[in-house]
Design a protein around this ligand. Structure first.
Ligand SMILES: *Cc1c(COP(=O)(O)O)cnc(C)c1O
Length: 476
């Protein structure tokens, strides 16, 4: 496919008249004399170009998207409409407080809603993504110990953790200590006790963890950590597992981040804006990024008076457009947020029970919003690996699950259907997975060369990783 620059042919979507050319508003010396190098192409061709590009892509509007740990759920379109209201979209971040009371009120009320949902005492809305929230939370923890004059340089991370957890802590200068999972797929308490020492600043946990399993001993873990003077960080990226049922405060956590672009139905960034608000307990409030949005009983204002603030982690106040959409979602759902969790968990368990008859379920227990299967046995028997299954799913208009993660399960497939799918869609996915399973047993060759019907066919994974060709020149 040609790029839009290559398609440029001196046609134009708009006709500039003489009057448009010289309005006399801009002085001659500021006017550009050379071409600005933008493609010149008719409006219809522009539309065709981008439609063709988007057709090559996969999205939730096209088909089932069970990408574990990513919560690819439906993003209601009404949220887009609300975020594009003029009063929001024309705001400038440097406008004084009295000129943007509505926007400040929205951010304040979103903070209040997130406090209620998580049990935390204060929130910052600044971080732009989950990993950015983790970094912010770890900076808060680091500063907390610094101000106390307590030198702690270690952070404990379970071996099932999302890769961003150790990365965020390491970026903050902490040394990572890994703890094992036990035979139930949960943190091994004995191993945890064996690595505890006065130098441990915190443990970073995901609960339910990335196997989709609830850490039953979380209260004991929180007691052990607090007795050691350490803090507990909660990775709440996938909060649709527990909303309304329990919260990190009840489990004894001190810091939590949420992914608005997962749980709260705003679009995933794809490199663009997401939001990873961070909540903390009262004791850590004075370390949050400044400003936080406050209310003095009469007006909303940006509060810069935060004693030991770690500073600003993002220009201005975060991805405001995303905050609007998440707030709209929370208001729209109200007490039904609890049902969202109920359905997310029900859908995951429904799929798990059907698929475990074909693929190996390493931890056979009730799961929360997701579960992990393994195709190790199938690979052993037929040569068809998790990677081949993932590619075969693409031929079936289905996005593959997250694969080869978490690392503690070989040939892992991490499946998260989310709450927005109907039983019919789930049944369809089960049938597709059975079809692939049967093909693997009967005619594995065909699967080994999948995908056959996607814009990009089978790629050399090693070459793609070692020598990525990112130029558009050889693009499809
Ligand atoms: C997605 C995710 C993250 C990272 O969030 P980003 O917005 O992608 O940075 C962290 N932890 C868990 C458990 C996640 O699922």
């Amino acid at each position: 496919m040609k790029t839009i620059f290559e398609k440029s042919n001196n046609t134009n979507g708009i006709l500039l008249t003489d009057e448009n050319e010289d309005l006399g508003i801009i002085e001659n010396k500021f006017l550009r004399t050379d071409s600005c190098g933008l493609p010149s192409i008719s409006e219809l061709e522009v539309l065709r170009h981008y439609k063709e590009l988007s057709d090559k892509n996969f999205c939730i509007e096209k088909g089932f998207y069970p990408l574990g740990s990513c919560t690819m759920k439906y993003n209601p379109k009404v949220n887009e409409l609300l975020a594009s209201l003029e009063g929001f979209s024309n705001l400038h971040p440097l406008q004084p407080d009295e000129d943007c009371q509505g926007a400040l009120e929205l951010m304040y009320k979103l903070q209040e809603a997130l406090k209620k949902i998580t049990g935390m005492d204060a929130f910052t809305l600044q971080p732009a993504a989950g990993a950015h929230g983790e970094l912010t939370g770890m900076m808060v923890i680091k500063k907390y110990f610094e101000v106390k004059g307590d030198k702690r340089r270690k952070v404990i991370v379970p071996d099932s953790a999302h890769g961003t957890n150790p990365a965020s802590a390491a970026l903050c200068g902490f040394e990572i200590v890994q703890v094992k999972s036990n035979e139930k797929g949960q943190v091994d308490i004995e191993d945890l006790k064996s690595v505890l020492c006065p130098e441990v600043a915190a443990i970073m946990m995901t609960n339910p963890n990335t196997l989709g399993i609830f850490e039953e001993q979380v209260l004991e873990i929180s007691k052990i950590m607090h007795d050691n003077g350490s803090l507990l960080y909660y990775d709440g990226a996938n909060f649709n597992a527990i909303m309304g049922y329990t919260n990190p405060k009840l489990m004894g956590f001190d810091v939590v981040h949420l992914n608005l672009h997962k749980t709260f139905a705003t679009p995933h960034g794809g490199g663009g804006p997401g939001a990873g608000p961070v909540g903390v307990v009262e004791e850590l409030k004075e370390f949050l990024p400044s400003p936080i949005i406050d209310f003095d009983g009469e007006k909303y204002y940006r509060n810069y008076e935060i004693n030991h603030t770690i500073g600003n982690v993002r220009d201005f106040y975060g991805s405001f457009g995303v905050l609007i959409k998440a707030y709209a979602y929370i208001l729209m759902m109200g007490k039904h947020l609890k049902e969202a969790s109920e359905n997310a968990v029900l859908n995951a368990n429904y799929l798990k029970e059907q698929l475990k008859q074909y693929y190996t379920l390493p931890f056979d227990t009730i799961c929360k919003h997701e579960f992990v299967l393994s195709s190790e046995e199938l690979k052993h028997k037929t040569g068809v690996s998790t990677l081949n299954i993932a590619k075969a799913l693409m031929d079936e208009n289905t996005h593959p699950p997250t694969v080869y993660f978490p690392l503690i399960v070989h040939e892992a497939m991490m499946i998260e259907p989310t709450e927005s799918e109907t039983k019919e869609r789930l049944d369809e996915f089960v049938q597709t997975m059975i079809k692939i399973y049967e093909k693997a047993n009967l005619n594995p060759e065909k699967l080994l060369s999948s995908p056959h019907f996607t814009p990009v066919k089978k790629v050399d994974e090693t070459l793609a990783a070692r020598h990525p060709d990112l130029s558009f020149k050889n693009a499809i």
